[in-house]
Structures are given as C-alpha cells and as structure tokens.
Write a protein that binds this ligand. Structure first.
Ligand SMILES: [Zn+2]
Ligand SMILES: [Zn+2]
Ligand SMILES: [Zn+2]
Length: 115
C-alpha cells in the first residue's frame, strides 16, 4: 500500500501495459486496464446470463430486472406499472374490465421470489 502510494507521488508507473504501453502504479490497476483490451466480461447477470466488463454496467443492467409491473390484464396477460395504464389498455378489449386488477402485493411477492 505504502509502496504504491509513494510511487504515485513520484509519478512513477512501473507496471506497463504490453498492449498500449500505458504505465500504471500497481499490478491491480494494470490488470483492470488490460481487461478493457481483452474484452473479458467478468461480471455476469444471474438472471439473463448477460455479461459485462465492469460492476457498474452490470448494476445498471440489473435495473431492467427490477422493473416491476404489478398490474396484469386478465385477457392478454400484458403487464403494467400503474393501474391507470392497465385501465387504459383494458379499454382496447371489448369485454367488461372492472376486475382487471389483481392486488399489487400478490405480483410483488411473486416477482421477489423470482429475483
Ligand atoms: Zn493498455
Ligand atoms: Zn440480466
Ligand atoms: Zn389486454
């Protein structure tokens, strides 16, 4: 720790990337940098098997799996984020739609189990 700190103060970067010649203060930083050359995707999404080069992009991606749509149309199984959107959609069906909504908590707990 102290050694690499000292090096960063003197501006010395002894760990060189063999691909582009850039210098780095520690082996760890160099290793992370080399990943950008190899395109190695070390961060995997357990839900859809998507792969990502950084933890940050994986976290961003996980957002799409947290996209809960608790309201479902009983006729076509389309799901919606809000009851308003669901109601709006139900008007496209010719049937009575007063029983459109299941309790949001039901689908909420269902989604949590999947996650
Ligand atoms: Zn490089
Ligand atoms: Zn995914
Ligand atoms: Zn529908």
């Amino acid at each position: 720790m102290f050694y690499s700190e000292l090096l960063s103060h003197t501006g010395e970067k002894p760990f060189k990337c063999s691909q582009c010649g850039r210098g780095f203060v520690s082996a760890g930083v160099l290793k992370a940098h080399i990943r950008t050359h190899t395109g190695l995707k070390a961060f995997k999404c357990l839900i859809c098997n998507g792969a990502f080069t950084t933890g940050g992009s994986l976290r961003r991606h996980m957002g799409i799996h947290n996209d809960l749509r608790p309201y479902m149309c009983p006729y076509c199984q389309k799901t919606f984020k809000t009851s308003l959107n669901c109601k709006k959609h139900m008007k496209t069906h010719r049937y009575v739609y007063s029983f459109c909504m299941y309790p949001p908590t039901y689908f909420g707990s269902l989604s949590l189990k999947i996650l």
